[in-house]
Design a protein around this ligand. Structure first.
Ligand SMILES: [Zn+2]
Length: 351
């Protein structure tokens, strides 16, 4: 009897070991919410987070239901645009949210953002306005640094101003970083280059502003050098996201592109111990700085799909270039153009 009991204990121990191994990963789910953003995160300590809620109730509600989520430790609204906050209204109805992270940006042409803020207040959620350069204490094994936000009150109806208020977070776990850009555009990127010139390198980049041309400048991508770039946008959206040139700039730094329009994209960062297996088999091996090999799993449901870059005809390019007043004649000068723009047109936005 004692023998059977001790055998049972051993099995229980092994079971617990593997259960905690699964939890010891840092998991990102870039949810296919259509034209918008929502990223669900499972922290190694078992807590969870949601960055933005997408443009509708339906998708995020379905995601929470499927994953049986009734409580979220940390919810972030990167900035008050409807493609980021509408889903959060549903989230606050469906789940108990412990902490809510907000910028001090007020979108004066919208009311829904303040509905979310009211819901947070009514629920007794702790509300935070993080400061640039501060760290979020979500998990002691994960370094989470705030690289951008509007930490002082600003009201606007200008889309770019609000986009550049986006809370940008850099997650670093086990020597590997993921940069979550919200809708930050080039002005905010320039601010980050000035403030954090040596801290922008990241394995994965959740590309700013749905792959718009107003984000992902060449100088910024030179600093980030992402191996993997995740673009969140809806098929055939009216904004033309992602932009042809933005995709070219991402490809110029050899980023492998993934898109939420092809399905929810997942990125799992395994636990530090090599003896702890990743929850799912890796589909690619990455060796950061030629140190210890780490396994990553970035997969769609069911398989990763590369973004098809919309090819523009020469005629379309000419029209686009004329419209934006730029002098892009060939893909070869993309990098130079990015640098010129950074230096002459877009002044860094420092709050
Ligand atoms: Zn957006």
């Amino acid at each position: 009897m004692r023998k059977i009991f001790s055998l049972f204990s051993i099995f229980s121990f092994i079971f617990l070991l593997f259960t905690s191994a699964a939890e010891a990963q840092l998991n990102f789910y870039f949810i296919n919410v259509g034209q918008g953003d929502a990223t669900y995160i499972e922290l190694p300590n078992g807590k969870n987070a949601l960055i933005d809620g997408g443009p509708t109730n339906k998708v995020i509600a379905q995601f929470l239901t499927e994953k049986n989520i009734h409580e979220i430790d940390y919810v972030v609204l990167t900035h008050p645009h409807s493609d980021h906050y509408i889903g959060l209204k549903k989230v606050f109805k469906m789940a108990k949210v412990k902490h809510f992270y907000d910028s001090k940006a007020e979108n004066i042409s919208a009311k829904g953002d303040n509905t979310v803020r009211d819901q947070a207040a009514q629920q007794g959620t702790q509300i935070h306005f993080p400061k640039i350069g501060s760290k979020l204490p979500w998990d002691k094994s994960v370094d989470i640094k705030v690289l951008n936000t509007c930490e002082h009150y600003i009201e606007s109806r200008n889309n770019s101003v609000l986009n550049n208020c986006s809370i940008v977070l850099k997650f670093t776990y086990n020597g590997t970083s993921v940069l979550m850009m919200g809708d930050a555009e080039t002005q905010a990127e320039n601010g980050m280059i000035l403030r954090f010139p040596n801290e922008l390198k990241a394995y994965a980049l959740k590309v700013g502003h749905h792959g718009s041309d107003t984000a992902s400048s060449a100088p910024f991508l030179e600093k980030v050098r992402p191996a993997v770039a995740i673009l969140s946008f809806g098929a055939n959206n009216k904004y033309g996201h992602p932009d042809y040139y933005a995709l070219m700039r991402l490809q110029a730094v050899n980023a492998k592109l993934y898109a939420t329009q092809d399905g929810t994209q997942t990125l799992f960062l395994p636990a530090p111990s090599k003896t702890i297996p990743a929850a799912q088999p890796s589909v690619q091996v990455y060796n950061p700085e030629a140190q210890q090999p780490l396994l990553f799993d970035i997969a769609t449901t069911p398989q990763p799909v590369k973004v098809n870059i919309p090819m523009m005809t020469e005629e379309q390019k000419a029209v686009k270039n004329k419209k934006s007043g730029r002098l892009l004649k060939s893909l070869d000068n993309l990098k130079n153009t990015g640098n010129e723009r950074a230096a002459s047109v877009d002044q860094p936005m420092l709050f």
